[in-house]
Structure formats: C-alpha cells, structure tokens
Design a protein around this ligand. Structure first.
Ligand code: S3P
Length: 442
C-alpha cells in the first residue's frame, strides 16, 4: 500500500465545527495510573493512537488486564507496584518518549528485569535525563549509551529524593513522580514549569501531592506508598492536534472553525498566547472543568494582517510541540519573528529545530539560525502555486507530516508528502477530518 499523499490545491473557504483526537499525554497517564490503582478504572474517550495502544500493550506485559466495552476502556489494577512480571519482559514503547520515560518511573521497584526498546526515532533520544534521577531513588538501570534499549531492575531499598528538574520536561518530572509513588517518604521536585497533567490527575485521585509556586519554579512534594482506588476518567481533545486546524483556518481565506471540547490547561496554551500576540484573535469559549482539567471550545477565523512576534522564552514549554506550526504562521506574518532557546525541539521525535529550518528554506523563507534561536523573515504575500515539493526522510515525524499538509493547503503548490502512516502516532483521524473540512487529498 502506498504511504504518501498528494495535495495539489489550496483548501476552499470553510465554516465548520469539529472535534479532534483525544489528548495523547493525558491518555497515556490515565492508563499508567489506572495500572497502579486498586480495582477497576474506566476511561472514556481514550485516544486510540499507536503511542497509546503501546501503553496498553505495555501494562498487559506487566500483568495488568484491560478490555474495551463499548467505548470505554476498562483497566484492572492491583495497587502500587502491582505488576506481576514474567522473566525477561521486553516493553516496546514504539515512538513514544512519554510512555518510555513514564513507565520507567513505575518500574523502580519491579521484582525482575525489564528491557525497554523503541523505534528508530525513540532509540536516538536521550534517556540520561531520567536514568539520573531514577538511579538516585535506588533503581538499577543498565545502560551503555544513555539511550534505548535499556534494562531496569527494581530495588527494595528505594529512598525518596529531592531533585532539581531544570530542563522543563514534563516527561522527566512525571517519571520522578511515578517513582515517588512507589518510594517510602516524601520526594520533592523543584521543577521548571512544564505540562502538569500528572499532578492534576493525582490531585483528582486525592493522592497526597502538594504543589507550591516559588521563584518561577513548581515545588512538588509527593508522599509515597499511598494506595488509591480505581477511577473513572474522560479524556478531552488534544490541543496539539487542534493546532493544525487552528493554523489551517487562520491562514485560509474567509474561513471559520470551532474545535469542541479541547484541553485548555494553561500549561498547554502557549500556541494560543503566541498566535494571539501575532493578531490571531483566537477565542476560548464554553470553559468547564473535567476531571480536574480545563476544557473548552476553540474559535478561530481567518486573518490576513498577522504580525511578527518577539516570542518570550517563558512560553516555550507550553508550546513545545507546536513551534513547527507556529513557524508557518511566522512565515506569513509581517516582519521578523524571533524565537529563542528552542534546543529542546531537537530532542523530540526528530530534530525538529534543524528540520524546521530546512522546511522553511524549502518554501522560500529566509531564516537565521544561531544555535537554539531562530529568526523568521515573514512574507505576508507568500504563495507557492506552480512549485513542486516532496517531503520525505523526516524520520517519520507525525508533526512534520501535519505541518506539510497545512502548508500545502494554505500556500498552494504540488505536494507529495511521504510517511502518511506517521499520523497513527498521535492523530489517526487527521486526514478524515481534513477532508471533512474540505481538503482535497489523494
Ligand atoms: C510530553 C511532554 C513533552 C512533549 C511530549 C509529551 C508529556 O516532552 O514534547 O510530546 O506527555 O509529558 P518533554 O517532557 O520532553 O518536554
């Protein structure tokens, strides 16, 4: 079967109401925490993408049963460290850094050895950022290269730690929180801001976790070994998936969209803040709380007079997965947009900062790169009609695929975009929804 698509026409004006896939970060966390609960958890609207299905397969290998009844995923946990391990278990985290790093946190007390592997992209990513704190707890992690595959054997003599998480990585923070659940005493994390779904989920479960804000840091303390019961959880839409439809609308002519029931947790709203500073006028409506998370509808209309931004670095972590698509908006904005300290982008599913520069140059945008900073010279009249583009060899990064589609549909040109199946990582319905909105994709 072919694994590429063609886009040859810009999208026509549209006025639609859509829902995007459920949130990936929250889906994975809900599965992993359900695996540690006592009794049955019921999760509705779980994202059924490869990263999330790999999380379900992983807990199954660790002895946790699950089934799907109607639209509800049911997981039966046996409490903290309730995994029952066969010898020589191998867990394949596929493409998911979140699954790999978080599940390591749950294995710090495992009775036998677990090997963790991943796909080509995940095997290139840095695991020293979690190996270091988990080793401080007392877990035994065998590694040679600080990257997958790695093996972990738990310890019965875990000790709580105090750790400065200074990358601003929610994966590192959450991995430490998960280790703390299995460790006696109080673990403290002094953490740079990052998405806080793990903390909110534990609060929702009434787990003893405290968060204080101090000098731009979150001081998180977690009391270990506190059992919690199975729970019901409803996963909201993913703003990272919504981001591609937000920008599609913004850069199309005379169009409007409402994206319903999206997670609008402030630690994920960097995209909205940045685009609104550029003049996007995105509105959040029907705001409610759902299982401790903020949820709402996102309203967007086309805009022609977007202006460049001097992007405050303090927004980096809340927009970390969205910069690729933000850069496309900067390409159409008036003036030079400046983004700083984006080194973390190169530690994702692909080296996204490097690839962003390559992509922007390909579409005729002047870009200046100084290590982890980039300046993008916007061209409000940029159009690519009559040109041919082929996008391949981007390490099958799902977000590069989405970016390419939105670029083709808003700027024109003849596009052949490879690695269609990368959408299964996070947003399997992407092409279906794109066609529903009016895109012609072959
Ligand atoms: C995620 C955290 C972010 C993000 C990733 C999902 C999570 O990674 O880029 O897509 O679910 O915790 P880092 O924690 O490495 O910044």
């Amino acid at each position: 079967m072919t694994n590429h698509i063609y886009i040859k026409n810009k999208i026509n004006s549209f006025n639609k109401k859509i829902k995007v896939s459920s949130d990936k970060s929250i889906s994975i966390r809900s599965i992993l925490l359900a695996s540690q609960a006592v009794g049955i958890s019921k999760i509705s609207n779980l994202l059924e993408s490869e990263d999330v299905l790999n999380a379900l397969k992983a807990i199954k290998k660790l002895g946790i049963n699950y089934k799907k009844v109607g639209k509800i995923h049911i997981i039966e946990g046996y409490g903290l460290n309730g995994f029952s391990l066969k010898k020589n278990v191998t867990i394949n985290a596929g493409n998911s850094g979140t699954l790999a790093r978080l599940i390591l946190g749950l294995l710090v007390k495992s009775k036998s050895k677990v090997k963790l592997i991943g796909d080509n992209s995940l095997s290139k990513r840095d695991f020293s950022r979690v190996i270091k704190p988990l080793s401080l707890f007392g877990a035994n992690i065998k590694d040679k290269k600080k990257s997958l595959p790695i093996e972990i054997i738990g310890s019965n003599f875990l000790r709580p730690i105090t750790y400065n998480e200074n990358i601003g990585s929610a994966q590192v923070k959450s991995s430490i929180i998960f280790s703390a659940l299995n460790t006696p005493g109080i673990t403290t994390i002094k953490s740079k801001h990052s998405r806080n779904h793990t903390e909110l989920m534990l609060k929702f479960l009434k787990y003893p976790i405290k968060i204080q804000k101090k000098n731009n840091l979150d001081i998180i303390s977690i009391k270990g070994l506190n059992q919690f019961s199975g729970f019901e959880y409803n996963v909201p839409g993913d703003i990272s998936s919504a981001s591609f439809f937000i920008v599609l609308t913004l850069l199309s002519k005379k169009s409007q969209i409402v994206i319903e029931k999206v997670n609008i947790n402030e630690t994920r709203l960097g995209l909205v803040s940045i685009l609104n500073k550029m003049g996007a006028g995105i509105k959040l409506k029907k705001k409610t709380k759902q299982n401790g998370e903020d949820v709402g509808d996102i309203h967007v209309e086309s805009k022609v007079n977007l202006k460049a931004i001097n992007c405050p670095s303090k927004l980096n972590s809340s927009a970390i997965d969205e910069f690729l698509i933000i850069f496309l908006v900067a390409s159409k904005a008036k003036g030079i947009s400046r983004f700083k300290n984006l080194g973390e982008m190169n530690k994702k599913e692909s080296k996204r900062l490097d690839l962003a520069v390559k992509f922007l140059k390909l579409i005729g945008i002047k870009v200046e790169r100084y290590k982890n900073d980039i300046n993008i010279h916007g061209k409000p009249n940029l159009t690519l009609s009559m040109k041919n583009f082929e996008i391949k060899n981007f390490l099958k990064d799902h977000r590069i695929f989405f970016l390419s589609c939105v670029t083709a549909l808003t700027l024109g040109g003849n596009w052949k975009i490879h690695d269609k199946d990368s959408i299964n990582t996070s947003f399997p319905d992407f092409l279906k929804i794109l066609k529903m909105v009016g895109a012609k994709v072959n």
